[in-house]
Write a protein that binds this ligand. Sequence first.
Ligand code: HPA
Length: 272
Amino acid sequence: MADEMLDKAAQVLVDRGIGGPFACAMVLGTGLGRIADDLEDAVSVPYADIPGFPGSGVSGHAGRLVAGRFEGRRVLVYAGRAHYYEHGDPAAMRVPVGVLTAFGSPPLILTNAAGSVRPDIRPGGIVAIRDHINLSGANPLIGETGDARFVSMTDAYDARLLRRFKAAAGQCGVALSEGVYAWFSGPSFETPAEIRMAKTLGADLVGMSTVPEVILARRFRIRVGAISIVTNMGAGIDGAAPSHGETRDVAATASTGLRRLLKAVVGGLEDV
Ligand code: HPA
């Protein structure tokens, strides 16, 4: 896709009165969209009005971009994301991620709901993602030409952001684990055998999002961090049989802790 689309998207946002600099951008995952309501002086634009932004049809995903003040800092919030499983397009979030370059490339904080494959990380737990395993076979950079596509993923998850997450968790009293996220395409959930495989391969969490956005962020040289809310144990662990309804409901309930954590993270972002 030509990067003219990024310019067009940026222009629409500027025309709506949205301008940088931003302390950070955040993508809100399943059941977490309500965090967008915490913004002050908010300007909200439906994805449908922004060129190259995805339509978002999954329940629990609002599909709007909100600029506003969070803990006194200007932030850009993506309430809703597009998933690979919706249309088979791993680059569905290319423009929402890439457009950040028009606003000074603020750090990007991704959130999601995930299943746990680790017995000590239970539903309701919050986990900072340290690294990932791409089990989908897809990549949002397939089809790009030129050398920018050969993105290093060695230090994909920004070390300074990860330290900020941990410091913020300590400040606000939220228990935060750290783990490796395995990306399955979805939309079907994993089989118990696939969950055992993910565990054997070194994953702590499984999920259907985030990884393409991390790859895109690194493509655009945007610093990125990611935090999961654990909504369930992986299929077959302690008899778990995850469902979308459970994922959405548990994420909504557990989002209080994540909201507190994000406030503490953003409140101290000048240190990052
Ligand atoms: N698997 C994949 N994606 C998920 C899960 C899961 O168990 N829970 C929340 N998102």
